[in-house]
Every structure is written in structure tokens, then in C-alpha cells.
Design a protein around this ligand. Structure first.
Ligand SMILES: *[C@@H]1O[C@H](CO)[C@@H](O)[C@H](O)[C@H]1NC(C)=O
Ligand SMILES: *[C@@H]1O[C@H](CO)[C@@H](O)[C@H](O)[C@H]1NC(C)=O
Ligand SMILES: *[C@@H]1O[C@H](CO)[C@@H](O)[C@H](O)[C@H]1NC(C)=O
Ligand SMILES: *[C@@H]1O[C@H](CO)[C@@H](O)[C@H](O)[C@H]1NC(C)=O
Ligand SMILES: [Zn+2]
Length: 420
């Protein structure tokens, strides 16, 4: 009994003397609003986004990795790696031998597709003693070296991604995870304004209405954080995976139709992924690579054709066995094989195009207030989050020096923050 008492006294003394006074724990909530282009707040009133910028940091825009599509770019947010380095090179799992493909939703459940040598931040955080969660974020359904986020929710196959009431319920759920299950890090995903941008186009009144819905939700998120008593510990980062651009309507321009290109034949290919907006990948049959390449190269002024090994270095989309030998992409407004595509908006274009850039906002105790910063690449969000959480990052392609000026004290690590 006596030794127990000594032990308790020792613990008490340690808690007084050992821990820094006023140590404020730092948590992070990473939110993605799919397809929210950097300038979507310019033609819509967004009082809540404006308030968030005033209370925190706003970047002019951020640059996503190429290929600018949903699963690959989200996995870059989670890993800080370019797509050729993390291996989630497409929304669709495929097997070039069997020619089998799985659509976006089914691919979420293919562990071997996601778990290709790079650990997402949930797992890294958990291995270092933190608690992580995820709601609907791409990559949540898969396991990584046998591990998953300790609290997670994957949406059902047929899910209404635009239901504002459900958005509020999901927000409260995540805030409850922080408060009641003591989580340190959570990722939260909303499937809009991507869906509306595809269907009606980025210049449509429908897209502007959806941006108002996003803005109301941003207000709700901050309100909910406060209601759950998280204001002093929670850092909220809001960004997106890619932007959106208007597709030229039929007859407006000369379309890119592969089957009409002289000298090109699908029978020279053993596998292809081409009917998905502006990008494509081809696997020619043995001995047919030069023939396919020569037929396509220069065949249309708005079609870019590259052999994998000749891809521009800046795209970081070549050095991976999953990337097929010939890569195609079109200029903004053009889609490849558009005959069966009815979207008025598309993404997947070159990440240099301004219409492909997402927005970025951050607010919380780690961030400066009322600070506008210049653009940076989304690979840099990962080291920023690791730094705030006080965890050792995995090997990644980002640099803290690209984002640390957004933080209250650029040299701060967890435990050194001073609460007010
Ligand atoms: C593709 O399918 C073949 C035949 O079933 C199989 O041998 C191969 O391992 C599969 N490759 C991948 C990457 O799944
Ligand atoms: C990544 O996936 C490819 C098949 O697509 C496989 O050959 C390779 O071994 C995987 N690498 C790791 C580290 O899982
Ligand atoms: C929206 O979500 C709420 C709450 O989950 C649900 O009760 C309602 O039926 C949904 N409405 C639609 C149109 O899906
Ligand atoms: C950050 O540091 C890296 C390596 O130390 C360097 O290559 C890069 O140019 C730096 N970036 C900025 C924005 O300072
Ligand atoms: Zn997306």
C-alpha cells in the first residue's frame, strides 16, 4: 500500500514537472470537397469560407499531382507521394492479362491496388501511438500491411453524395469521434461539387448552388467543432483532389476519336483504358508499339501522345510498372473518344492547367490568422499534417519548407505549442 502511494506521488510529480506547462494537444481534420476548383468562391457568395480565411490561412490555389483524378490524387494527400511513387495510378483497378477492370467504387475494396508499398498517414499515426479515423475518404476501405484506420466508415455502393442533411450528420459523427473516442487525426470526404461539375459544367448555376451548399457546410463544420469543445485543439484543413473544366459540346470542335485516326487500330492493342475523359493508357500487342505510337503522335492538334519513358519529368507519371507503355491526354475542353461521354465538365487534364487546381484553407491553433499564401503542390500537405501531429513522416515527395510559413511557429512540434 505504501509503495502504491509513493508511485502515485511520483506520477503526480511527473505530471507537474515532466510535461511542459500549457501544452496543448494538436489534432487534425483533413477534409476533401471533391472537385472544388480554386476559384469557385469568386462567383458565389461564400461567407463561411471567407470567415475561415480570416480566421486562418488561404492559399491562392494548390497543384494536384498528375493524373488529376480522384483516387490517385487523394492518395497523394494521404501519403505525400507523387502518383508514380505511391502506385494508385488510376481510379480503376485493371489486369492487362485478363483485361478485367473494376469501376471506382469496387476498386476501393481491392487491397493490392492501394497497398502497394506506401503507407497512408492513418497507419503511420497509429503506429506512433495516435488514433486515426476516416469517413468516406478514398482509400478508407482498403487495409495497409494488414492495418486499417481504427474508426472508419465507407459509404454504401449506391450513395447520395449531395445530401446536405447527411453532410451535417457526418460532420457531427466525426466531431463525436474526436471528442468521445479521443482521435487525433480524421479524414472526411464529400463527393461534391465534383458530381454537379461533371453533370452541369463548372460554369453552370447548378455548380454555383452546390458551392453555396459547401459553404454552408463549412460553417456547420466549424460550429460543430465548437459545440464538441474542440476549438482549442483541432486544426481543420479543407482542400480537394482536382478542379474541373468545361467540355466543348459536340460539333464545336474537331473531336478526338481514336478509331478514325488513319493507321490506328484497336486490334493492335492487347489492353487499353481510354473512355474516361481526357486521359488514356494503351498496351500495344508485342511488336506493335511503334506502329500505334506513330499513328497517334501528331494525329490531332489537341491530343498529346507519349511513350512512358518519354513522359515529361514534371508530371511524375511514368516510373511505375502499372503505367502502360503509351500515355495519351488531351487539352482542356477536349475528351478522348467522347461519343459516349455526356459530361459537361471534366478533370484529368495536365496539372499545369489552372482549371485543374483545387482550393486550400486551414484554420486552428497551429495556423496563422488572416494569412494569404501563394500556391504549393498538394504533396506538401502530408509533411505539414505530420508536423502538426508530431509524428515522423514516411518517405515522401513533399517538403515542410513549402508550407511551414502557414504555421504559428515554424519550428514548432507537438508539445511545444502554447495554448492561450
Ligand atoms: C492478372 O491475371 C493473371 C491471370 O489470372 C494473373 O496471373 C496475374 O497475377 C494478374 N495480375 C495482377 C496484377 O493482378
Ligand atoms: C505493386 O503492385 C505491382 C502489381 O501491380 C506488384 O508487382 C508489386 O510487387 C507491388 N509492390 C508492392 C510493394 O506491393
Ligand atoms: C438525406 O439524408 C437524411 C439523413 O441521413 C435522410 O433522412 C434523407 O432521407 C436523405 N434524403 C435524400 C433525398 O436522400
Ligand atoms: C525545400 O527544401 C528542398 C530540399 O531541402 C528543396 O529542394 C526545395 O527547393 C525547398 N523548397 C522551398 C519552397 O523552399
Ligand atoms: Zn475527384
Amino acid at each position: 500500500m505504501k509503495s502504491e502511494l509513493v508511485y502515485l506521488c511520483l506520477l503526480w510529480a511527473l505530471s507537474i514537472l515532466g510535461a511542459p506547462v500549457n501544452k496543448q494537444r494538436q489534432r487534425v481534420l483533413l477534409i476533401s470537397f471533391d472537385g472544388f476548383r480554386w476559384d469557385y468562391d469568386r462567383d458565389v457568395d461564400t461567407p463561411n469560407l471567407d470567415k475561415m480565411a480570416k480566421d486562418g490561412v488561404k492559399a491562392l490555389y494548390v497543384t494536384p499531382p498528375y493524373l488529376t483524378i480522384t483516387s490517385p490524387t487523394h492518395f497523394t494527400l494521404l501519403t505525400g507521394r507523387y502518383i508514380e511513387n505511391h502506385g494508385v495510378i488510376h481510379n480503376m483497378w485493371f489486369n492487362t492479362t485478363t483485361t478485367e477492370k473494376k469501376p471506382y467504387y469496387q476498386t476501393q475494396f481491392v487491397n493490392e491496388w492501394w497497398d502497394n508499398g506506401t503507407l497512408p498517414i492513418w497507419i503511420t499515426a497509429q503506429r506512433q501511438g495516435l488514433k486515426a479515423g476516416s469517413l468516406h475518404f478514398p482509400g478508407t476501405a482498403s487495409s495497409y500491411q494488414g492495418q486499417v484506420a481504427m474508426v472508419r466508415e465507407v459509404e454504401p455502393r449506391l450513395y447520395n453524395y449531395k445530401n446536405e442533411t447527411a453532410w451535417r450528420e457526418n460532420t457531427d459523427k466525426v466531431m463525436g469521434w474526436f471528442r468521445d473516442q479521443d482521435l487525433d487525426f480524421v479524414t472526411l470526404y464529400f463527393g461534391e461539387p465534383d458530381g454537379t461539375g461533371h453533370r452541369y459544367g463548372p460554369d453552370s448555376p447548378e455548380r454555383r448552388e452546390m458551392v453555396k451548399q459547401v459553404d454552408r457546410t463549412v460553417g456547420y463544420i466549424r460550429h460543430s467543432a465548437k459545440q464538441h469543445g474542440l476549438t482549442n485543439s483541432l486544426n481543420i484543413i479543407i482542400t480537394a483532389d482536382h478542379g474541373m473544366t468545361t467540355v466543348y459540346r459536340n460539333g464545336q470542335v474537331e473531336e478526338i476519336t481514336l478509331s478514325k485516326i488513319p493507321g490506328f487500330s484497336f486490334s493492335d492493342l492487347s489492353f487499353h483504358l481510354v473512355d474516361f475523359g481526357p486521359s488514356g493508357m494503351l498496351l500495344p500487342k508485342p511488336g506493335k508499339l511503334e506502329k500505334v505510337y506513330n499513328a497517334l503522335k501528331g494525329s490531332h492538334p489537341h491530343l498529346h501522345v507519349y511513350k512512358k519513358e518519354e513522359m515529361p519529368e514534371r508530371l511524375h507519371f511514368a516510373k511505375n510498372d502499372r503505367i502502360l507503355p503509351i500515355i495519351l491526354w488531351s487539352d482542356p475542353g477536349y475528351v478522348i473518344n467522347g461519343v459516349l461521354q455526356f459530361n459537361k465538365g471534366e478533370h484529368g487534364f495536365d496539372n499545369q492547367e489552372m482549371d485543374m487546381k483545387p482550393f486550400f484553407r486551414a484554420v486552428g491553433p497551429a495556423f496563422h490568422k488572416n494569412l494569404k499564401v501563394g500556391p504549393f503542390e498538394t504533396v506538401n500537405i502530408y509533411p505539414l499534417m505530420c508536423h502538426i501531429l508530431g509524428i515522423q513522416p514516411e518517405v515522401n515527395d513533399g517538403h515542410l519548407n513549402a508550407t511551414k510559413h502557414m504555421l504559428v511557429t515554424s519550428t514548432t512540434t507537438q508539445g511545444e505549442f502554447i495554448s492561450d
